[in-house]
Design a protein around this ligand. Structure first.
Ligand code: IMP
Ligand code: MG
Length: 192
């Protein structure tokens, strides 16, 4: 990671100097995020013209992205959230997914857009797609901020993708390692 960003983050108290050796290079910086999120918002605004989409944020990782993205969409929107936990280690998903918080709203006849932080193996998302499809939405699409190259075991149909990144573990902009670094304003790699 570059020294200025590191100094700034340490000085803001975002992380302590003793943890920083694990942070690697910046993968997506603030300006690039802002620009791409704007483009995604514009595309969604156009594609859903005349509709009232229901955005479903997958907690917790998607909360920062969803908040920025929603303000780039010029449509009446509704929001709901779902929390899932996948069994596995801190950096690898097992594919066994448990719903920790379910939706409050009914999906019947709704144009539903799932907002995800990152697609790694794709197991979490394919579980979610199956689960939500069974609730009879009118349409169901995915907007994922990040997709790791080459790791998905099955073909997933992702309508909106922010960035395709190398298969490294990343933190920031909502993404965590053991609940840390979600408030970094950019995305950077993390090495154990
Ligand atoms: P998947 O089921 O392997 O696609 O993993 C998806 C979930 O694992 C994401 O929603 C994240 O919560 C978490 N995850 C996967 N890769 C990363 C990463 O690089 N950083 C932080 N969280 C990650
Ligand atoms: Mg996580």
């Amino acid at each position: 990671m570059d020294q200025d960003r590191l100094d700034l983050a340490v000085s803001k108290g975002i992380f302590s100097p003793d943890g920083v050796q694990n942070l690697g290079r910046v993968i997506v910086d603030e300006e690039t995020l802002r620009k791409r999120v704007g483009e995604l918002g514009t595309a969604i605004t156009k594609d859903y013209s005349g509709k009232r989409p229901l955005l479903i944020g997958v907690l917790k990782g998607a909360f920062v992205f969803m908040s920025d993205l929603a303000r780039e969409i010029q449509l009446p929107l509704e929001f709901d959230f779902m929390a899932v936990s996948s069994y596995g280690s801190a950096t690898k998903t097992s594919g066994v997914v448990r719903i920790v918080k379910d939706l409050d709203l009914d999906l019947t006849q709704r144009d539903v857009l799932i907002i995800e932080d990152i697609v790694d193996s794709g197991l979490t998302l394919s579980y979610l797609l199956r689960n939500l499809l069974a609730r009879n939405p009118k349409s169901l699409e995915v907007c994922a901020l990040l997709v790791k190259e080459g790791l998905q075991r099955s073909e997933l149909d992702l309508k909106y993708v922010g960035f395709r990144i190398p298969p490294e573990f990343v933190v920031g902009y909502g993404l965590d390692i053991d609940e840390n670094y979600r408030n970094l304003p950019y995305i950077c790699s993390y090495k154990d």
